[in-house]
Write a new protein. Structure first.
Length: 112
């Protein structure tokens, strides 16, 4: 099993959620976060004054998938979240040792 954590633009959340649903990814967790990547924020202007916003609003979505579904799910994420501009986000993939469904006690992939 693999955990996929993606940091995306807030305006892309519905497109990504819909794409995940279409590829059979049933469960997900969404968190509102702030941060910056290489661009270190953006310069904006308001009432003629320029100011720098260093922490940008982003969304973090986490899903756990079977190993055989990894490529299909990551392709769906990329296709739905990509704008081609700086700040599109990142995908982090890590291994999950085990999962347990609390209600039934199911373990491993059955718990997904």
């Amino acid at each position: 099993m693999k955990r996929i954590e993606m940091i995306i633009r807030p305006e892309k959340v519905e497109a990504v959620r819909s794409a995940l649903e279409k590829v059979g990814c049933a469960g997900l967790m969404i968190s509102e976060i702030e941060g910056h990547g290489k661009q270190k924020g953006v310069v904006q202007q308001w009432r003629g004054e320029k100011y720098k916003v260093e922490l940008l609003p982003k969304l973090k979505i986490e899903v756990v998938v079977r190993d055989q579904d990894l490529e299909r799910v990551t392709k769906a994420i990329i296709d739905s979240a990509k704008t081609g501009e700086i700040g599109d986000g990142k995908i982090f993939i890590s291994s999950i040792e085990n999962a347990i469904r609390i209600r039934t006690g199911e373990r491993g992939e059955e718990a997904l």
